[in-house]
Write a protein that binds this ligand. Structure first.
Ligand SMILES: C[S@@+](CC[C@H](N)C(=O)[O-])C[C@H]1O[C@@H](n2cnc3c(N)ncnc32)[C@H](O)[C@@H]1O
Length: 296
């Protein structure tokens, strides 16, 4: 694709991986590819700038070195994480910003040595239920310890999905508008009477002070097919309002579920609020903005 393999550089931190990569590249006629053992978070300045950068490992933030080594108009594809969920994002570097044109659900191993990253904390004495959130979010796991022992409030949205129909767009949509969205992780030993989030690898939650609400689902059976109704389970002082709020959000998302995907714009960390296209998710080196109007 590049014409000359000499223009390509690949990095891994694990010398076993780079040794095997170098061997395989030589064996298949790509011996000119530069194979580097090192921290990919630093990029590789010796051969910069790059027209294309592809990360097959997930950073929590976009490392500052990547910004510096990407050519103007260049493309960056990386599996990123914000508000507890993960997306593979394809960007173009335009006017000092990274503007996405595709966002796909994904999960990846985390970049080693990523510095400050996602925060997490357990909310049960047995440590089997935990929350994961971004550094700019007001989540205090101590305020939520034991919250699952408080009475459970359940609300149903009336919105149903088919057995294998995805619902991750709901979480993505809320990341654009609600700074309370994060991830709940529940060990398989926890019985549904204690905590019963919707199935899947990563599960969406909302935290508001000492109230916790998470997405759930119940199986509905009709004569011809099995469907799942989406709903919300909450615990804590404002669980009534927050479960109803989540059900409203589910109902708003449902009719447009396959049509509207936001764009992610990433700005350098020192960009003032007045220059952002919307509210920011603040990382260490950058500011993420999800917007439905990337030209605005
Ligand atoms: C999912 S594997 C991808 C391996 C290979 N690049 C590929 O595409 O098949 C993720 C790789 O990221 C590497 N890795 C993790 N942290 C890294 C870092 N800070 N710098 C470079 N490589 C890193 C791991 O050693 C692992 O080999």
């Amino acid at each position: 694709m590049t014409g000359s393999a000499d223009l390509v550089t690949t990095i891994d931190i694990d010398p076993d991986v780079t040794a095997k990569a170098a061997q395989a590249l030589t064996a298949t006629g790509y011996g000119d590819v530069h194979v580097v053992t090192g921290d990919g978070g630093l990029g590789y300045p010796d051969r910069a700038p790059y027209d294309r950068m592809i990360a097959t490992v997930s950073p929590w933030d976009i490392p500052a070195h990547w910004w510096k080594q990407l050519a103007p108009g260049g493309r960056l594809v990386a599996p990123l994480r914000w508000r507890g969920q993960g997306r593979s994002v394809a960007f173009t570097y335009t006017d000092g910003r990274l503007i996405s044109d595709s966002l796909h659900l994904c999960g990846f191993v985390y970049l080693v040595g990523d510095g400050e990253g996602e925060l997490s904390g357990s909310i049960t004495a047995d440590e089997l239920v935990s929350l994961h959130w971004d550094r700019d979010q007001a989540v205090d796991p101590e305020a939520l310890r034991g919250v699952l022992d408080q009475p459970r409030v359940t609300a149903w949205s009336g919105t149903t999905i088919a057995r294998n129909e995805s619902h991750d767009g709901l979480w993505l949509r809320l990341t654009a508008t609600d700074p309370r969205v994060c991830r709940i992780k529940v060990h398989a030993d926890v019985p549904p009477e204690v905590c019963d989030p919707i199935g899947g690898w990563w599960r969406m939650a909302l935290v508001d002070g000492d109230t916790l609400v998470y997405l759930t689902a119940r199986r509905l059976e009709s004569d011809d097919e099995v469907r799942w109704e989406l709903g919300a389970i909450g615990h804590g002082p404002t669980a009534d309002q927050l479960t109803e709020y989540l059900c409203d959000e589910i109902r708003s998302w449902a009719p447009k579920r396959n049509q509207h995907t936001p764009s992610l714009i990433v700005y350098p960390a020192d960009t003032p609020d007045s220059e952002l296209a919307g509210p920011a998710i603040d990382k260490t080196h950058s500011r993420f903005v999800l917007t439905y109007d990337p030209t605005g």
